[in-house]
Design a protein around this ligand. Structure first.
Ligand SMILES: Nc1ncnc2c1ncn2[C@@H]1O[C@H](COP(=O)(O)OP(=O)(O)OP(=O)(O)O)[C@@H](O)[C@H]1O
Ligand SMILES: [Mg+2]
Length: 278
């Protein structure tokens, strides 16, 4: 199973839409996809699909269910691990709770080819944990300067404080390929210069009013408007997926367990106060 954490510095840049629509396209290609709504206290995936989950991650943490039993089949065979909103327990899970999730995730990993983790935005401990647990991290940004600055802050913390070495950048809401490439070049240059890090390019998704309409309809754009410009972007991303994400694969949890057992959470507070502009 290939595990990819989808994250961003700034919120609202399109992570959940990327997770859902890329996941669906990969599922349509025949991949066994599991999408984990890993923005635990502020879940969104159920809203984007318009389903109401009977059970969610909170029931797993409370010991009522195994992760396997809360999975929902969203569409095209793609399975979703739903979370829920407004529970403080989920907003700040303890190390043992994270460890429990990690362990059960490992137990279901054989049933899937791809695990997409839709994490929360910013330098929050849970998002950073999931990013360091996954094999690769996909950082999403838009071409807005504030989003770019925050994306760099995230890349810097992931690489320098969390030892994450595989980070790809996806530019969402770009006007065209040229603009997306310019944003990538800018961030790649800054990352090389200041932290000697080689950022990879994942691709782009165009700014598309039909995606906004799809969100309001609570039906992902690749399903609502399969030929919309953004649906075509997701199709292209899914087509290049195998060449971008090579097939080397490790269990999700190795890295995760190490972090949990080393009590890495203590470092998070320090990470949170790092000056994002530096
Ligand atoms: N390609 C796009 N074209 C047009 N609008 C978009 C696009 N991508 C995202 N949006 C708009 O941005 C909104 C936020 O997207 P989304 O919920 O996927 O972001 P997010 O990064 O997951 O947010 P959060 O940080 O709150 O989890 C969408 O509801 C939609 O209106
Ligand atoms: Mg989201």
């Amino acid at each position: 199973m290939k595990s990819i954490a989808i994250t961003s510095g700034k919120g609202g840049v399109g992570k959940s839409n990327v997770a859902v629509n890329l996941g669906l396209k990969l599922a349509q290609q025949g991949k066994r996809v599991l999408l984990f709504d890993a923005d635990l206290g502020l879940a969104n995936i159920d809203i984007l699909f318009g389903f109401v989950a009977k059970h969610n991650v909170a029931d797993v943490l409370n010991g009522k269910f195994h992760l396997r039993d809360i999975m929902v089949e969203a569409a095209d065979g793609m399975k979703v691990l739903p979370s829920t909103s407004g529970l403080l327990q989920l907003e700040n899970p303890s190390q043992s709770e994270l460890a429990k999730l990690a362990e059960q995730m490992d137990e279901v990993s054989e049933d899937f080819d791809v695990l997409l983790l839709d994490t929360g935005a910013g330098l929050r401990s849970t998002a950073l944990f999931f990013c360091s647990a996954a094999e690769e991290v996909l950082v999403v940004t838009t071409p807005e300067p504030t989003a770019i600055t925050d994306a760099y802050a995230m890349i810097k913390v992931l690489n320098t404080d969390y030892d994450v070495h595989e980070i790809k950048l996806l530019i969402n809401e770009a006007i065209d390929d040229r603009e997306a490439r310019q944003v990538f070049d800018k961030l790649a240059k800054v990352s090389k210069k200041h932290i000697d890090f080689d950022l990879d390019y994942a691709g782009m998704v165009v700014k598309d009013i039909q995606l906004e309409k799809a969100v309001r309809k609570r039906k992902p754009v690749v399903q609502s408007y399969p030929s919309a410009p953004s649906s075509q972007s997701f199709q292209r991303l899914a087509e290049k997926f195998d060449s971008i994400y090579t097939n080397k694969s490790q269990p999700l949890i190795n890295g995760f367990w190490k972090e949990v057992l080393q009590g890495r959470k203590d470092d998070v507070e320090e990470a949170e106060v790092i000056d994002k502009a530096s």
